[in-house]
Design a protein around this ligand. Structure first.
Ligand code: ADP
Ligand code: MG
Length: 258
């Protein structure tokens, strides 16, 4: 199983939208896919159609009580896509785990015992705290959604420092599979300029596919559906399908076969 963390400590940059739609695209391509909601806000769980009242066990149980993945996952309406939901309890996990040994290894250990999926995507909260550390420690690679706005690159350097720290202390194998530009608006000269700056700064690390600002992407979660199901032909859905194809091409060969 390939484990991909989707992280950026900024809120509202498109992490959850990317997690839901990339996971859906992968499932539609025939990959047995797990979406792990590691944000106490539970937006990925809601957006994929799992109401808060229906979440029986969650990423909280997995991290704090060492429940197994199999005990916590739920099926979604999308064939081949399961979700490990989050509940508000998760906001207490950082405090509850503070005195626990190996507190950054909880997710990694749980995923190491799980064999039923080809790929897992971990939707991270908007911080670089213990939850995101668990995700980065468990992950083979990191996908960074970056909103085309003025301070985009500033936040990125902080994230890259954290990645370095995780590589040194917890997970030397952690890679960065790419940076996905989100909420791109070609009519806005600033976002255009930012996209150019990011590309000249990060080069090939940036995916060719940019995700446009698209109202269908923002409407879909309120229907409990990925945009790719809600309106598969909209510009946002097409962009996420293209991003998924690029992602597959970048995945490490030996792990794809495994
Ligand atoms: P994060 O998980 O990083 O906080 P979200 O994916 O939840 O970010 O996105 C923040 C808000 O912006 C949500 O309301 C979402 O529906 C909306 N959104 C995300 N990506 C787009 C996009 N490409 N076009 C329009 N709205 C978007
Ligand atoms: Mg989110």
């Amino acid at each position: 199983m390939i484990r991909v963390a989707i992280a950026n400590q900024k809120g509202g940059v498109g992490k959850t939208t990317t997690a839901i739609n990339i996971a859906t695209a992968m499932a539609a391509t025939g990959w047995k896919t797990l979406l792990i909601d590691l944000d106490p806000q539970g937006n990925a769980s809601t957006g994929i159609g799992i109401a808060a009242a229906d979440r029986l066990r969650s990423s909280y149980d997995l991290l704090v009580d060492e429940a197994t993945v199999a005990e916590c996952v739920m099926p979604t309406a999308i064939p081949g896509l399961d979700i490990l939901p989050a509940t508000v309890d998760l906001s207490g996990a950082e405090v509850e785990l503070v005195a626990v040994e190996n507190r950054t290894d909880r997710l990694r250990n749980a995923l190491a015992r799980e064999n039923g999926y080809d790929i897992a995507f971990i939707d991270c909260p908007p911080s670089l705290g213990l939850l995101t550390l668990n995700a980065l420690t468990a992950a083979d690679t990191l996908l960074v959604p970056l909103q085309c706005e003025f301070f985009a690159l500033e936040g990125l350097s902080q994230l890259l420092q954290t990645v370095e720290r995780v590589q040194q202390r917890f997970n030397p194998e952690l890679g960065i599979i790419g940076v996905a530009l989100t909420m791109f608006d070609r009519r806005n000269r600033l976002t255009d300029q930012v996209a150019d700056d990011v590309r000249s700064c990060l080069g090939a690390l940036v995916f060719d596919s940019t995700i446009p600002r698209n109202v269908r992407l923002s409407e879909a979660p309120s229907h409990g559906l990925p945009a790719l199901v809600y309106d598969h032909a909209c510009a946002g859905s097409r962009a996420y399908m293209a991003l998924a194809r690029e992602l597959i091409a970048r995945l490490p060969e030996q792990r794809k076969a495994a």
